[in-house]
Design a protein around this ligand. Structure first.
Ligand code: SAH
Length: 381
């Protein structure tokens, strides 16, 4: 663990943060300040390829324009509060937001790729019963700059070079928050991840994960080309509503229909269904049978099994290794493409569902949880 100095940014001025714009927005902004739109692209390349946050170092931008930019805008990236590395190479950054809030971003290196797990909100309003972010309550949406800024900060720390020495080959919107609940900012940030003058990642390498906000799944497929992951966790409505309460509003049949529409619009893509295995809750042969039946309706899609990651105060436990293996075998035998996600970064609490950050909770949920824990109840929510 080591303290890292924050890149400078001046949040208090009325100047515009250039990280809030996608390419079109940046071109429009340059026109607005009386400059040629191609200048926007020049600056964009400096920001995302060279990870430059100081206009003075942009050598192919004229002196007068550099001075003008310094006056009207800035390149503001999140402050690094803490930089932690796990023994398995996983990296976690705690990034300071406002009034005591902080969010987490995690980097997971593997032999053939490096995945960055990015947050979309401070806390989360969806209240999934097995997720530590949910137990923290909700504070606010992140801005586009705060979302793409996570990739920028990680890239800078890792010495990433776009189109050359890529350390970050994949980005997954699987950190804190429900990305579809912060639709505009998330889409704009993902445009920057995909843009050649941004981080230049292919559609299959940028994944949005949702707990199942059905109408927004349709909107997403119209707005941008990215990959989709859906947090399923149970294939019957009663259990899924207990685990993922938004299932009450958008039950499984509607979710499956939205996924079928997604696949129909993007025939060459597949959807990954995330299924966190919790001991005695959703890991029995009958649950696998229900999941197999559901997957028959989406034959090109696959399942990603995640062993539950415990956190303080949770009532759930990780499934036994035997049950996890049997569950996977049952799915594979039925012809469902099923992967088992290895748990990474446990020693720095960087595993799935452990991203807690520091959330000044506006929903008072965390206070309620603490109160109930104090009363001796084992239920997290
Ligand atoms: N809100 C989005 C993004 C969060 S992604 C979504 O629900 O998809 C984080 C993934 O980790 C989700 O699939 C989530 O259900 C899963 N998860 C949450 N808590 C977990 C835990 N304690 N152990 C394992 N997986 C967990």
């Amino acid at each position: 663990m080591n303290q890292v100095t924050a890149p400078s940014s001046d949040q208090k001025t009325t100047r515009v943060n250039l990280l809030d714009f996608d390419r079109q927005g940046l071109r429009d902004f340059f026109v607005q300040i009386g400059e040629k739109p191609y200048r926007a692209e020049q600056v964009m390349k400096w920001i995302y390829h060279d990870l430059e946050d100081n206009f003075e170092n942009m050598t192919d931008v004229g002196k007068a324009l550099r001075a003008k930019l310094t006056e009207v805008c800035y390149i503001g990236v999140p402050k690094t509060v803490l930089d932690k590395a796990a023994t398995d190479g996983t990296h976690k950054w705690l990034l300071g937001m406002d009034s005591g809030n902080a969010i987490e971003t995690v980097y997971i290196p593997e032999p053939t790729r490096g995945t960055l797990c990015v947050s979309s909100q401070i806390g989360c309003a969806l209240n999934c019963s097995f997720c530590s972010t949910g137990a923290q309550g909700f504070n606010r949406n992140l801005s586009t700059a705060e979302i793409i800024g996570q990739v920028w900060v990680a890239a800078k720390h890792l010495g990433n070079i776009t189109h050359q020495n890529r350390r970050i080959t994949n980005v997954v919107m699987m950190g804190m928050g429900e990305p579809l609940a912060n639709f505009e900012n998330v889409v704009r940030a993902m445009k920057l991840m995909r843009d050649d003058l941004g981080f230049g990642l292919a559609a299959k390498r940028v994944t949005l994960s949702t707990a199942g906000m059905v109408p927004l799944i349709d909107q997403l497929s119209a707005a941008i080309d990215v990959s989709l992951a859906v947090s399923l966790h149970a294939a019957n409505d009663e259990l899924r509503t207990e685990l993922v309460p938004i299932n009450k509003r958008y039950p499984i049949a509607e979710l499956v229909a939205a996924c079928q529409r997604w696949v129909a619009r993007k025939p060459r893509t597949s959807i990954t269904f995330e299924y966190t295995l919790m001991k005695g809750i959703n890991d029995q042969p009958e649950h696998a049978r229900q999941l197999i039946k559901l997957m028959r309706k989406l034959p090109t899609c696959k399942v990603n099994l995640i062993p539950f990651n415990p956190f303080p105060g949770t009532r759930y436990e990780r499934s036994d290794a035997n049950d996890i293996r049997d569950f996977q075998t049952q799915l594979l035998n039925a012809g469902v493409l099923t992967m088992l996600r290895r748990t990474r970064g446990d020693d720095i609490d960087a595993a799935c569902g452990q991203l807690a950050g520091q959330v000044a909770d506006r929903t008072r949920r965390s206070a309620d949880v603490r109160k109930r824990q104090g009363e001796g109840a084992t239920h997290a929510i």
